[in-house]
Design a protein around this ligand. Sequence first.
Ligand code: DAH
Length: 455
Amino acid sequence: MIILKHLLPRSSIRYLLRTNSTKPQKKFNPFNIEYDPIKQTVTYPPELVINNQNYSTDSWTNVTPHILSRIGQNLHKQKHHPLCHLSSRLRQYFYQQYDPRKLSPKFSIIDNLSPIVTVEQNFDSICIPKDHVSRTKSMNYYINANTLLRAHTSAHQVDLIRSGLDAFLCIGDVYRRDSIDPTHYPIFHQCEGVQLFNKEQLFVDNKNVRGETKDLQIFAANEHRDATKQEGHTLEAVKLVEASLKQTITDLFKTLFPDASTLNSRWVDATFPFTHPSWEYEVEIDGKWYELLGCGIMEHHVLENSGLGRDHIGWAFGLGLERIAMIMYGIPDIRLFWSNDSGFLSQFAFDDSTRSVRYKPISIYPQCINDLSMWLGKAKIDPLDFYDLVRTIGGDLVEQVMLTDEFYHKKKDRHSQTYRIIYRSPDRTLTKNEINMIHKDIERYCIAQFGAEIR
Ligand code: DAH
């Protein structure tokens, strides 16, 4: 090798050196964040490149490669994902509300905003005090002192109102440093809802018996802040907005949980920096109360930050998608939402998002995937017949069956189909041998029954 070295072009030498090297291969590290597990230190490069955008790092940077790798997964937009089903149900419910003047749905739905936001958007714009605990490094994933992964979808309220919207939903992934266990995960999904009203929209029936407009107002001088309202707001305006908010939410949950007669719910007084008065909405399930959302009358300062004057009042709410989906489908562990296991995902593989399903726990034992490709005659096998056949032969050991490929060969005048069969036992690891026996039985049946030729 040494003799050859000077005869080789430089690039090949580098190649030889690299392939002969006994050094362990470096792990793929797309963000160049170095983690030393012994010293427990993390070293960041001077710049992080996220979604083709450069961000300088500083003493606030604490985002991890694992968290960064989740950006863009958008579970709420992945077809057939349970969070996507829930997101479409929210969409459907709000789309039904029609604005006859605009001849369009009242609510706009925004679900594609980047989760990378500024400190201004996440905190300042919605009046979160400078010294509020929710701003700390220990609670958030900062990219640098000025930029973080949004901790809530409320971060977009001001921008969306500024862009001209007066009723909207904003759905997206949010990031908070947290332990990982069956009910906590540092990434979850939220839906923010906002509706604004001006005088005409709020006091719709604002006419007296003679048809004259009554003089009800949203704002009045000398109105003080107390437990029921903000300074400047009239009680009648606040009460109407509160009624609209609570009606919208209770109605929404009646739609999401049609057997709501068994679903007890209650409003609990709460405090948020961006609403006053504020409430949490809770539902009772199996004797336990679960908080599903926070909401309230928007702080007027938030509307001012959005460029509105003293002519609007509004409500806002923020709900967590995972928690509702867990109740709706009986999903016991929040980590399952990130599962790529087809045993989990296939349970939600349907188009009608209003379908009511109960999640069946997936086995902890490994899957075994076998494909079956066959030539058929002029007639194809109806996949439904095949699914039945496989389940009859394989019983509970068959977790999933799907048609993965199908074509017609013109010259041969024959159809071809390929099915994928996923075997898995609920209580043990299956041996190759026993799966092969079942698989062979299925093949034999197809040959006898459908004249199939196994490929
Ligand atoms: N942003 C709050 C959170 O993440 C939830 C929330 C509460 C949103 C009240 C709102 C609201 O819009 O009015 O915990």
